[in-house]
Ligand binder design. Structure first.
Ligand SMILES: [Mg+2]
Length: 241
């Protein structure tokens, strides 16, 4: 029997949809670069969790002027190839979810500027209070994944059924665990190195043109085979609940 699968796409934000890591760029701009580098290095070496990393970075900034923050964010852009990819997904009725371990504040601002509306995304939250202090919230933290601030794998599991074909697109640390719950992985930079090392199959990409070509090809396949390792991961996550 042929199985016509529904494709669900999960895409990281910082460094994947945007050309650079916006969260880190903000702290490099408004904080002390050396301190920021050492906090990020601790994160990459698994010495601290993502929540600890963000909280330490926020503390390192002190007071921030909201208008200066907004002006800085407005200098940063999405990868221009992402805009046509969103259109391609709409035309082909592929559901796309953005999963970010960064913050709603700049994601909203950057999507608005790019004219991207109505995209579903899950991220951490921050506000700049009246004193200019950054206040963070982690609504999607899950103690079963203590290293992530936003537990991406939960969103993947919540938004896909057993017969769906899931695709992950990412570039870094916050994608390592989550991507393994998907049937097909597009990876670059740190995520690509991680997948190579762990012998997890992935498709390398430099921008969304590469991804669009490959997804278009997947759409023509009558029977998309699910990745066995991803199915096992998902099953064990269900059982743990
Ligand atoms: Mg990233």
């Amino acid at each position: 029997m042929m199985i016509k699968r529904t494709i669900k796409l999960f895409v990281d934000f910082d460094g994947t949809i945007t050309l650079e890591d916006v969260g880190e760029a903000i702290f490099r701009k408004f904080g002390n670069v050396e301190k920021v580098n050492s906090i990020v290095e601790d994160l990459l070496n698994d010495k601290i969790s993502s929540r600890q990393c963000w909280n330490e970075l926020c503390d390192s900034v002190g007071v921030i002027k909201k208008n200066e923050l907004d002006e800085f964010i407005d200098l940063l852009d999405v990868d221009p190839t992402f805009i046509s990819f969103v259109k391609f997904c709409k035309e082909n009725e592929i559901e796309l979810f953005v999963l970010s371990d960064g913050f709603d504040y700049y994601i909203d601002r950057i999507f608005n500027k790019a004219g991207i509306t109505g995209l579903k995304y899950y991220s951490n939250k921050f506000i700049v209070d009246e004193k200019g202090i950054l206040k963070t919230e982690y609504p999607y933290f899950d103690a079963s994944s203590p290293t992530s601030a936003n537990c991406k794998k939960n969103h993947i599991i919540n938004h896909s059924g057993e017969d769906d074909y899931t695709i992950y697109i990412g570039d870094g640390n916050s994608d390592k665990d989550a991507s393994q719950y998907c049937d097909f992985i597009f990876a670059k930079n740190g995520l690509a190195r991680f997948c190579s090392m762990e012998k997890i199959s992935f498709y390398p990409f430099t921008n969304f043109i590469d991804i669009q070509k490959k997804v278009a090809e997947l759409l023509t396949k009558k029977n998309l085979r699910k990745r066995h390792q991803a199915e096992l991961k998902r099953k064990s996550a269900y059982l743990a609940e």
